[in-house]
Design a protein around this ligand. Structure first.
Ligand code: GRF
Length: 219
């Protein structure tokens, strides 16, 4: 099996990055994590990537001022140097230009801590609680120029608890993020996640009529 060469872009903690690195250690995983790039020199995930033996690079956006394209050309240089062909955004806190997103169309994925298209943007858990939703979750999607809007690859849902705090909800969502991100990268690397008419189709997906009740109640 020829493995696809994936890079992970991070800005901070890197727990999703760590989940991807761990999954990609399996011999039958269809992608290898060939590079981790941070746009902040102090990103905590860099140390974890190095400890795991993954090549790392820092492309500090602050060094490029307002020039987003110059930052992205430097980033692209790092990706080209490592022969990267799939990009995973994992807590990467920079908006990307249409030039960069178009270049990576169908090969760049992101994880978002909400059930898109609900709660795009930041502070998703507090906003989910404020809205009173009973089911919340996480989404992995292809990246398009519009933020948090690309074709959805995989989602996981969890019930919201009556007494939830944003922190408690975030921790439970993060746990499912760590499951679905490696699964979604697998689908993309295997070529099973295909974009058809602006939506993502998964080859070999089973029909499942399982019901998730939120909140759990004694009927
Ligand atoms: C995750 O909740 C992810 O969904 C969001 O940013 C957070 C990053 O966390 N995009 P980590 O750096 O992967 O721990």
């Amino acid at each position: 099996m020829t493995k696809r060469r994936a890079a992970i872009l991070i800005s901070g903690r890197g727990s999703n990055m760590a989940a991807l690195i761990a999954a990609a250690r399996a011999a039958d995983y269809p992608a290898e994590i060939a590079l981790v790039v941070a746009n902040r020199p102090q990103a905590a995930g860099l140390a974890a990537a190095r400890a795991a033996g993954i090549p790392t690079a820092v492309v500090d956006h602050a060094a490029f001022g307002q020039d987003r394209e110059a930052f992205e050309r430097a980033l692209q240089g790092e990706l080209d140097a490592r022969g990267i062909d799939i990009l995973c955004l994992a807590g990467f806190m920079r908006l990307l230009t249409t030039w960069f997103v178009t270049h990576w169309e169908g090969r760049m994925i992101n994880i978002h801590p909400a059930l898109l298209p609900a709660f795009k943007g930041l502070d998703t858990h507090a906003r989910a609680l404020a809205a009173g939703v009973k089911i919340h979750g996480a989404t992995v999607h292809f990246v398009v120029p519009e933020m948090d809007s690309g074709p959805i690859i995989l989602q996981a849902a969890i019930p919201v608890h009556e007494d939830d705090t944003a922190e408690a909800l975030a921790a439970r969502v993060l746990a499912v993020e760590h499951t679905i991100y490696p699964a979604a990268l697998r689908l993309v690397a295997e070529g099973r996640a295909r974009i058809v008419d602006g939506r993502c189709r998964i080859d070999g997906a089973r029909a499942d009529d399982h019901i998730l009740l939120g909140p759990a109640i004694d009927a």
